[in-house]
Design a protein around this ligand. Structure first.
Ligand code: NAP
Length: 489
């Protein structure tokens, strides 16, 4: 910012210091377009403040200008809609789309001018005309630009604090779009050109999506949690009560949850790596990489980051729950009962000690690796590392995390998987159920590392096709790290 711009006042309230205080715009800004805003609601007020603060001359068109004048900065002029549209070069339509039709009488004054449609819909729309396209039909002689609908009135008022706030724009008239993009930059936002007005429906839908990429991973996590919680409750809480009248319902809030969380975490982590294996198997089966994967596999592959983060979240909760286990009153009572029951005899069981030491250590290592994966999945961190580094972390270290978490579970089970007493009513312990998927994924991965399989897959990934009989000799240097090659799926 130039020093003279720094000295320029920002927003001042109407009536402060008495008299009119028009902005002393620098000479370079005198040729700035006059910006009109139709409507005097929340969005209009915030936009007017931001425009005034950026040195624009602002005129606001209202059905009742005197009524809302006190709410606007002094530098913005309030007038009738007709007056405002005749004075302005670019007009923001800050009116709900249901009321766009009431503005048709302004059509002659708006002819040849740029109209910015900031409206949002109430629900996600498909295969219909967008608000902006409908506005363009109402005002055929104006150039309609869609934009600013993804920023809230609050953000506009505060300004883009971190200087990276994007504004998506589209419009059929490139000159009009350019002038709005310029205005965006001057307000401190980053304009993103999304093409012709036909893209406006997508821009209008943007603020209405509710974590679309998280839906499947969250549903998977919750479903797995419900399944394992019900299984653990049935096996460890309800069964002892029904069979032996033993009341262990106190386990429900902490112990049962703490057995469920690692199960969900490990299965979700396996689900991160399973689609890569499926894709590799399909490519080997087809003998080409140019066939499209089925839709479900495509969606699964694109949800891996969110699935990994869900797995990390469950693992982190499991760690916190485990740390809190000794704090419980029930744990203290159990310790006292155990101490009373110990008469003369060994209290130090070497095997149990080793099992616990190794089990905890493997768990901590798995959580550490998962944390690393979670941190590198953040866009700001991912942008600072190159593709090979990213692949190494997400694939090689990811498989290390899966192996460590599997080892953690195996150590927890120790030899108890072979004890028939652990299978009441043929219900296997949770750790046995949980191990099926990660073991299958790890074995599948090992199978893909067998040299003849790895070589064929590498050739397919580099464009070789079975049906075309293309002679293909893979370069030696690309055979160095099979793990990294596979992860490109
Ligand atoms: P609002 O507070 O309800 O204001 C709407 C304004 O429209 C009224 O103040 C009114 O001003 C004017 N208007 C003109 N003709 C009208 C009519 N026939 N009936 C009713 N009002 C009429 O709404 P807003 O929150 O500012 O939102 C305005 C537009 O911005 C909407 O399309 C919305 O989707 C979009 N938007 C808002 C936000 C936000 O954070 N608020 C964010 C993004 C986009 P006069 O009475 O002075 O004429």
């Amino acid at each position: 910012m130039m020093p003279d711009e720094m000295a320029r006042p920002l927003i001042r309230g109407r009536g402060e210091e008495g008299g009119s205080r028009r902005l002393q715009a620098p000479a370079s800004e005198l040729c700035s377009p006059v910006i009109g805003i139709l409507g005097t609601g929340d969005f209009s007020r915030s936009l007017a403040r931001r425009l005034v603060a950026s040195g624009y001359q602002v005129v606001v068109g209202s059905r009742n200008p005197k009524f809302s004048a006190a709410l606007f900065p002094e530098e913005a002029e309030l007038m009738s809609q007709m007056e405002a549209t005749s004075k302005a070069d670019v007009v923001f339509v800050a009116v709900f789309p249901e009321h766009h039709a009431t503005l048709v009488e302004l059509r002659p004054t708006l002819a040849g001018k740029t109209l910015v449609d900031v409206s949002n819909g109430l629900k996600i729309k498909r295969d219909t005309l967008s608000n902006a396209e409908q506005l363009a039909e109402l005002f055929p002689e104006s150039s309609v630009v869609k934009g600013f609908n993804t920023v809230s009135a609050w953000t506009l008022q505060m300004g883009p604090q971190d200087g990276s706030r994007q504004i998506f724009l589209c419009g059929d008239d490139s000159r009009a779009k350019c002038s709005v993009m310029q205005l965006c930059r001057r307000l401190g936002f980053v304009p993103v050109d999304r093409g012709l007005l036909a893209s406006s429906l997508e821009i209008e839908n943007l603020p209405l999506y509710l974590f679309p990429s998280w839906r499947i991973p969250v549903i998977c996590t919750l479903s797995l949690f419900a399944f394992f919680y019900a299984y653990n409750f049935l096996r460890d809480v309800l069964r002892p009560y029904v069979v032996a009248g033993k009341n262990v319902f106190y386990k429900m809030p902490i112990e049962t949850v703490n057995v469920t969380l690692p199960a969900v975490s490990l299965v979700m982590l396996s689900l991160v790596y399973l689609p890569g294996l499926c894709a590799a198997l399909l490519q080997l089966w087809w003998g080409t990489k140019y066939n499209r994967f089925p839709g479900w596999l495509d969606r699964w592959l694109t949800s891996r980051k969110q699935m990994g983060l869900c797995s990390f979240w469950c693992a982190a909760l499991h760690a916190v729950y485990s740390l809190c286990l000794p704090m419980r009153k029930s744990a203290r009572f159990q310790l006292l009962i155990a101490a009373r029951q110990v008469k003369e005899g060994p209290v130090w069981v070497e095997e149990e000690v080793w099992r616990m030491e190794l089990y905890v250590s493997a768990g901590i290592m798995a959580l550490g690796l998962l944390s690393l994966l979670a941190v590198t999945s953040l866009p700001s961190v991912a942008n600072t590392i190159n593709w090979r580094e990213f692949t190494f972390i997400q694939s090689t270290l990811g498989y290390c995390a899966l192996s460590m978490a599997t080892l953690h579970t195996l150590l927890f089970g120790w030899d108890r998987a072979f004890d028939p007493a652990r299978y009441p009513f043929l219900l296997p312990p949770t750790f046995v159920l949980v191990l099926v998927l990660p073991m299958a994924v790890l074995l599948g991965r090992l199978a893909l590392l067998v040299p003849c399989v790895a070589r064929r897959l590498r050739m397919i990934r580099r464009g070789w096709e079975k049906s075309r009989h293309v002679r293909f000799a893979p370069q030696e240097e690309c055979c160095r790290n099979g793990l990294e090659e596979f992860s490109n799926v």
